[in-house]
Design a protein. Structure first.
Length: 95
């Protein structure tokens, strides 16, 4: 670490293989196309648009620290299938 100042020791976000497979360019483009179609046909106004975020927090997975570039804002590591109890957080916001 003393010789390579661009590296730092980070704790990665645990990511299951099923999540990695499901999140790809083709799936994102399909979602955007469907969303655009719904927004164009339904003519929603600003008040009826909500932003929702759901997060599952597991109590089991704790990956070890890894070395990564300092400019990286998000570091992940593939872990085994998600096991154990999960707490779901759901936040909704409207303007």
């Amino acid at each position: 670490m003393n010789r390579h100042k661009e590296l730092s020791l980070r704790i990665p976000q645990p990511t299951s293989i099923s999540r990695l497979v499901g999140y790809n360019a083709a799936k994102v483009n399909e979602f955007r196309s469907l969303l655009k179609n719904v927004l164009d046909t339904q003519k929603f106004n600003d008040v009826s648009v909500w932003n929702m975020d759901e997060s599952g927090v597991t109590t089991v997975q704790k990956p070890m620290k890894i070395t990564s570039m300092k400019e990286k804002t998000y570091v992940s590591r593939v872990t085994s299938a998600e096991k154990g109890p999960t707490v779901t957080l759901l936040c909704c916001i409207s303007n």
